[in-house]
Design a binder for this molecule. Structure first.
Ligand code: NAP
Ligand code: HSE
Length: 428
């Protein structure tokens, strides 16, 4: 290693480009913090036609020049996607190079294989930037809270959807209108499906659960619902009744028996909860530990500079460890049963368009009762053909609620069922 640590970069797009800029602009501070000179020796990219403003001399199209060059000390993966990222990360680890990645899909899908590969080769895999961008979360869960008994984490971990929901709420916009603004401002990608359908948040939930509960949770273990169907009417009702609607990633450990629940869905949350005031493209992660009590981390979860800032923290850490020959403590991960969503209970909001006729409310309410769902409140909004009934339930079981929905869909007087939205209370 000597006085220089040589880095191989896989990908120089939004995050990789910002990383190169920051390494150049802050060269002396970063080198001082790292205790040696950090030099980016090779940069793998894909498109030979693209003009490179920075690092042009180090560009390569041959991945072996990054992951197999014995001179490269540390590999930083900022390509995204599963392949060839996975193959290249495995190759770098098997060549005993520490790897840093911001790729939540990769970690959430292949954590077990990748961490085993890193351990077997005596090197570390760093992934601070994979959840919450600039927010230092992984290190806090892994190190500061290592001895804490974490019961629950509730995160707003997707900036695009939080921006859309915040705009819908503050400017009375429809989902489509808010999505268009998010696109114009560059928050939403050309194909925003992973964000809108909760998959990006689900990958982050899997990562958070794995570290917080020392287990291996993968993307496929997460229950996910899209937020595309949330309407301006849902948001307006929530607002008038003291709630915000947020796409929440919830991971929790239930003690007797030891089980996990990991879920991502749009949820109403009381305006008194600190997460309710996290607006725009910001992310926040609310952690409850049995000794620590409540903690909340807040910041920018996306964008070139915020994400590159987290990568630089990992790069400095990896450099120190490389120089000192130190390897991070391996997490002892043991399997935990994951509770199916059908086994959970929640309070629910349910809206429906109905015929505005005598007896309709009685029919609807009696169906809730027959299915074992107790109603906390009911409101009629609008009259005649525009009549909507909006129910809030007491705590009810998912199965009972599903049965209620099925029954309601068969009632003649129910013209259209709206969204079923869970209410996230402090205690459920
Ligand atoms: P991006 O802008 O699309 O950049 C990807 C880079 O990887 C480009 O330089 C591209 O080459 C290169 N690349 C892609 N496929 C390749 C291949 N098969 N062979 C060689 N090079 C390849 O992506 P990004 O937004 O920077 O995201 C990078 C990672 O950071 C992803 O895992 C993402 O999830 C994560 N992340 C991003 C953000 C964010 O705000 N953008 C936030 C948190 C985490 P060309 O330059 O030739 O196209
Ligand atoms: N697309 C993500 C978001 C950023 O909107 O938060 C990358 O994790």
């Amino acid at each position: 290693v000597g006085n220089e640590v040589k880095v191989g970069l896989l990908g120089a797009g939004t995050v990789g480009g910002a990383l190169l800029e920051l390494l150049k602009d802050r060269e002396s501070e970063i080198n001082q913090a790292a205790g040696c000179q950090i030099v980016v020796k090779k940069i793998l990219v894909k498109d030979p036609q693209k003009k490179r403003l920075i690092g042009a001399d180090s560009i390569t199209f041959d991945s072996a020049e990054v992951v197999s060059d014995p001179e490269i000390d540390i590999v930083v993966e900022l390509m995204g996607g599963l392949e060839p990222s996975k193959e290249l990360v495995i190759k770098a680890l098997s060549n005993k190079k520490p790897v840093i990645t911001a790729n939540k899909a990769l970690i959430a899908t292949y954590a077990e294989e990748l961490f085993t590969m890193a351990d077997n080769n005596g090197v570390d895999l760093y992934y601070e930037a994979s959840v919450g961008g600039a927010i230092p979360l992984i290190r806090i869960l892994r190190e500061s809270l290592a001895g804490e008994r974490i019961n629950k984490i509730i995160g707003i971990v997707n900036g695009t959807t939080n921006y859309i929901l915040s705009e819908m709420s503050s400017k009375d916009l429809s989902f489509e209108e808010a999505l268009n603004i998010a696109r114009q401002l560059g928050y939403a990608e050309a194909d925003p499906s992973n964000d809108l359908d909760g998959l990006d948040a689900a990958a982050k939930a899997a990562i958070m659960a794995s570290i917080a509960f020392n287990t291996n949770v993968s993307l496929k273990d997460v229950y996910v619902e899209t937020m595309r169907n949330i309407t301006a009417a849902d948001i307006s009702f929530a607002d008038q009744h003291g709630f915000s609607i947020k796409l929440l990633a919830i991971v929790e450990k239930l003690d007797e028996p030891e089980e996990l629940s990991i879920r991502v869905y749009p949820s109403m949350i009381s305006k008194n909860h600190p997460l309710a005031s996290v607006n725009g493209a910001f992310n926040a992660i609310f952690i409850h530990g049995s000794a620590s009590g409540d903690l909340m981390l807040y910041g920018l979860g996306a964008g070139g500079n915020p994400t590159a800032s987290a990568v630089i923290g990992d790069l400095i850490d990896a450099t120190h460890n490389l120089i000192s020959g130190h390897k991070k403590r391996s997490l002892k991960r043991s399997p935990l049963r994951i509770k199916d969503i059908s086994e959970l209970c929640s309070r629910y909001y349910l809206a429906m368009d109905v015929d505005d006729k005598p007896g309709v409310l009685a029919d609807v309410a009696s169906l809730f009762g027959k299915c074992g769902v107790s109603i906390l409140s009911m409101e009629q909004i609008g009259i005649g053909p525009a009549a909507r009934l909006v129910f809030i339930t007491h705590l009810a079981n998912e199965e009972a609620m599903k049965k209620t929905l099925k029954g309601l869909s068969q009632l003649k007087s129910v013209i259209k069922l709206g969204n079923l939205i869970r209410i996230t209370d402090a205690e459920n």
